[in-house]
Design a protein around this ligand. Structure first.
Ligand SMILES: [Zn+2]
Length: 351
C-alpha cells in the first residue's frame, strides 16, 4: 500500500514536472515562502530494507536544494525571520527556512557542513528525552526488530497474527502494517508492544537514542554555531493530541524549560511530534501559543502565505522526502504545486 502511495506521489511529482504545470501553478500556490522539513541527513546506505528512508536525505540532495534556492535569489532565513516577515508583512523577497526534527547527530556531522557552504541558517527541534538519552525512537526499534526477525507474532485487535519477514518485500509489508497499527494505539500500549518486540528480537531500544541523537553536551556546542537555532519537539515525542490537556501542556512547557536550562538559550520555536492531523490540531495550536512559543510547525503540507500570520502555531511545511531525491522535483517543490496537490489546494490548513 505504502509502495503504491509512493509510486503515485512520484508519478504526480514527475507529471507536474514534465507537464510544466508547476510553472503555471507557481503564481497561485508558491506563497511567500516555504519551511522545509528534514530529519536525518547522511550518505545513502546499502540494503533493500530501509522502511524509514523517507526520513533521510543525502548531503548531496540538501546541497542541490540549497543551490536551487540560491540560484533563484530566494533568501534562506531563520524561524525568527519567518516570524518577523509574517508579522511585518514583509514579502518583498521569497524565503525558505530549513528545519530538522528530533536532534540527530548526523544533523551536526552531515547537514551543518553543507549549510555552511551556503551560510544557511537552520532550526533543529529537539525532544528533550532524546537529548537526555532516554528517548524511545520506536519507528527505528521497529525497523531493527523486523530486520532481525524470522517472522513476527503479534496480537492486533485481539487477533493473534504471524507476519512474514522472509524477504525484503515481506519485511516492508510487515513494517508498514505494524507501523500503521502502532500509530493507532495509545502511547502506553505502543510502548508496551515495542518493548515486547524488542525483547523478543534482541533489539536494545535504549541504545538507539544514544547512538543517533545528540546529547545535551553535544547540543550545547552545536547550538553555539551562529547558523543553528534549537527548537522544542516535546519531552517524549508523544502524540500530543492523544494526551490529556494537562500532559500535553507539560510536554510543551517542560521540554522548553529543559532545553533553556541545558543550553541557556531562549526556546521559542516548536515542532509537534508527528505533526499530522491526528497528532496536532486546534487544541495543540492554542496550547503552543499559551506556552509561549512564537511559532510552531506541523507536518501538514503547504507553503507559507501572508494569511499564515494568523496561524503562527499551525505552520505547514514542505517535506524533503528521502524517497524522492531527484533534482528535477526541486522546482516542483518550490513552486507549491506539489503541496497544493496534497493538501487539496488550501492556502491555510489550521482547523
Ligand atoms: Zn519527530
Amino acid at each position: 500500500m505504502k509502495q503504491l502511495r509512493n509510486t503515485v506521489i512520484r508519478a504526480g511529482l514527475e507529471a507536474l514536472y514534465f507537464s510544466g504545470a508547476h510553472v503555471l501553478l507557481r503564481p497561485i500556490f508558491s506563497g511567500v515562502g516555504a519551511i522545509f522539513m528534514l530529519h536525518h541527513v547522511r550518505p545513502q546506505r546499502d540494503g533493500a530494507f530501509q522502511p524509514n528512508r523517507h526520513l533521510e536525505i543525502t548531503p548531496d540532495f540538501l546541497r542541490a536544494m540549497l543551490a536551487h534556492l540560491h540560484a533563484r535569489g530566494i533568501d534562506i532565513v531563520t524561524m525568527d525571520e519567518v516570524h518577523q516577515r509574517l508579522i511585518e508583512r514583509n514579502f518583498k523577497r521569497r524565503f525558505a527556512c530549513f528545519t530538522l526534527d528530533d536532534g540527530y547527530r548526523d544533523n551536526r556531522d552531515h547537514a551543518l557542513p553543507v549549510m555552511r557552504e551556503y551560510d544557511a541558517p537552520f532550526t533543529v527541534y529537539v525532544a528533550s528525552d532524546f537529548a537526555a538519552g532516554s528517548g524511545k525512537l520506536w519507528w527505528i526499534a521497529l525497523e531493527m526488530a523486523v530486520a532481525r526477525a524470522d517472522a513476527i507474532d503479534v496480537t492486533m485487535g485481539g487477533v493473534a497474527t504471524r507476519l512474514d519477514t522472509s524477504t525484503a518485500q515481506a519485511r516492508q509489508t510487515t513494517f508498514d502494517r505494524l507501523h500503521d497499527w502502532l500509530r493507532t494505539l495509545s502511547e502506553h500500549d505502543l510502548q508496551r508492544e515495542i518493548t515486547s518486540l524488542c525483547e523478543r528480537h534482541g533489539v536494545d531500544q535504549a541504545a538507539i537514542c544514544r547512538d543517533r541523537c545528540m546529547s545535551w553536551e553535544e547540543l550545547k556546542a552545536f547550538s553555539a554555531d551562529p547558523l543553528v537555532t534549537i527548537g522544542a519537539h516535546s519531552i517524549t515525542h508523544c502524540n500530543l493530541a492523544q494526551q490529556s490537556e494537562t500532559t500535553a501542556r507539560e510536554e510543551l512547557t517542560l521540554s522548553r524549560a529543559r532545553i533553556e536550562d541545558a543550553l541557556q538559550r531562549p526556546t521559542i520555536h516548536l515542532a509537534y511530534p508527528y505533526g499530522d492531523k491526528p497528532a496536532a490540531g486546534p487544541r495543540e495550536f492554542a496550547l503552543a501559543r499559551a506556552s509561549g512559543y512564537k511559532t510552531a510547525v506541523t507536518t501538514r503540507p503547504g507553503m507559507v502565505f501572508p494569511e499564515s500570520a494568523g496561524h503562527m502555531t499551525a505552520l505547514p511545511r514542505v517535506s524533503l522526502n528521502g524517497n524522492y531525491q531527484d533534482a528535477r522535483i526541486l522546482p516542483v517543490l518550490t513552486s507549491g504545486a506539489a503541496t497544493a496537490m496534497w493538501n487539496g489546494f488550501r492556502r491555510v490548513d489550521a482547523a
